[in-house]
Write a protein that binds this ligand. Structure first.
Ligand code: FES
Ligand SMILES: [Fe+2]
Length: 431
């Protein structure tokens, strides 16, 4: 790893010869068969971030998560001992979904002492043991010890809760997240507990939205109308290049300029941004917080004075964006079919101390939504035309290095999975 400065020779991409520089096929984003393989090879085998520890503040706090891509629904719950556990959200009697409210397909959260199945009333402790069976004597040799909830591996990293559906996995999440994950340790994620959350159904393959957030090549063009007209013309003429890229196994990051927080010239931004001193890049004034002066080594790897935001892409579907102005964003992409997914964008700030700070955060949150909608529109337009297969190879430039890596990694996981099922060559003993 560790390419902190733009390589003096060649390009970012040429620094990783395994990526190649040729055109890339997007068949992995339009093939239903490929998606079926990804469900098992990727979503059934890797560490998936499903939330944060703050969502489980006390014993009995729980939330459910629909993991359609991995073919299940899970419940994540904190036990009386403080331990966070994860189970398939499924009753052991006849398989009813255990935890849900009004609509069985919708996620829910809350606090409880036990889980009670809505079908025949079996009960489970928050540690997963079967504790009550209605008319137990009607059953045949039923040992409640044998019918606890089916457990799933769960692990945390910097307060982020990850699950892994692969029963054979032996790698802890810290190790899975590699040097990039290690390089973020110590960032004050735990202090940023003011949360604004968006969720959207997007008519595009999950990887296409990661593509849109893993390059800034599109920003001056697609988001041109977000700046004032004069500024927008300047930005698109100037072009844009990131400060640094790093690739680390299946994961990657791009480090970028700050640009407009605060803008060099106040005429660059809209009046409400001027008044509130906030915008897409968050509140312009960084909160006073220990841990923001000395940033962990993976952040702003080029140590550039004009640094603004780092976007970390943790394979398969978790992104963390750390902003110079002292807040962070996460993105999640949960596939629901080969050409649809649920996108979640969550903004995390230090809790506001007054109404003005709250409004600054609200403005950042609504501005973020405008950008994300612009990105989302394009994705559906891209997906429909990719599916025409009129063209099948696409040139990616140096700023699109993380896209090259993402699609290669996804294809690699599928290939490895297929190989693990390949029929072994038979060697017959000589007679
Ligand atoms: S299915 Fe849950 S108690 Fe019967
Ligand atoms: Fe964008």
């Amino acid at each position: 790893m560790a390419h902190f400065a733009k390589p003096s020779e060649g390009s970012w991409t040429e620094h990783y010869p395994e990526l190649g520089t040729g055109p890339v096929s997007y068949e992995d984003s339009i093939s239903p068969e490929h998606f079926e393989l990804e469900r098992k090879a990727i979503f059934g085998r890797t560490w998936l971030n499903v939330g944060r520890v703050e969502q489980l503040p006390r014993a009995g706090s729980y939330f459910t998560k629909e993991l359609g891509a991995a073919g299940t629904s899970i419940v994540v719950v904190r036990g009386p001992d403080g331990t966070i556990r994860c189970f398939h959200n499924m009753c052991r009697h006849r398989g009813n979904k255990l935890v849900w409210n009004d609509f069985p397909r919708e996620e829910t959260s809350g606090t409880c002492r036990q889980f009670t199945c809505k079908y025949h009333g079996w009960r489970y402790s928050v540690e997963g043991q079967l504790t009550f069976v209605q008319q137990e004597s009607e059953f045949f040799d039923l040992d409640t010890e044998d019918y606890g909830l089916a457990a799933i591996a769960v692990d945390t990293w910097e307060g982020f809760i990850f699950v892994n559906l692969d029963p054979d996995n032996t790698i802890p999440v810290r190790e899975y997240l590699g040097d990039l994950g290690a390089g973020l340790v110590g960032y004050p994620f735990d202090q940023m507990t003011q949360v604004y959350k968006y969720r959207a159904e997007v008519g595009a393959n999950w990887k296409l939205f990661i593509d849109a957030f893993a390059e800034f090549y599109h920003a001056p063009i697609l988001h041109a109308k977000q700046a004032t007209a004069d500024e927008s013309r300047k930005l698109s003429g100037y072009g844009f290049e990131a400060l640094a890229y790093e690739l680390d196994g299946p994961h990657g990051m791009v480090s970028s300029w700050g640009g407009m927080s605060p803008p060099k010239d106040l005429d660059m931004v809209k009046p409400i941004e001027r008044v509130l001193r906030s915008g897409l890049f968050g509140p312009w004034d960084r909160p006073a917080l220990d841990g923001l002066d000395q940033l962990p080594p993976a952040i702003n790897p080029a140590r550039h004075r004009a640094w603004g935001v780092d976007s970390f892409v943790f394979f398969p579907n978790f992104m963390v964006l750390v902003w110079q102005t002292g807040w962070y964003l996460t993105y999640h992409y949960w596939p629901t079919s080969y050409n649809t997914h649920i996108f979640e964008g969550t903004l995390y700030f230090v809790p506001p101390k007054n109404a003005r700070e709250r409004l600054q955060q609200e403005l950042a949150a609504v501005t973020f939504k405008e950008y994300a909608l612009q990105d989302g529109n394009t994705l559906e337009a891209t997906q429909t035309m990719l599916e025409s297969r009129a063209v099948s190879q696409f040139p990616l430039n140096d700023q699109e290095i993380l896209l090259r890596q993402l699609h290669k990694t996804a294809r690699g996981y599928v290939e490895d999975y297929q190989k693990s099922f390949a029929t072994p060559v038979r060697i017959s003993a000589a007679s």
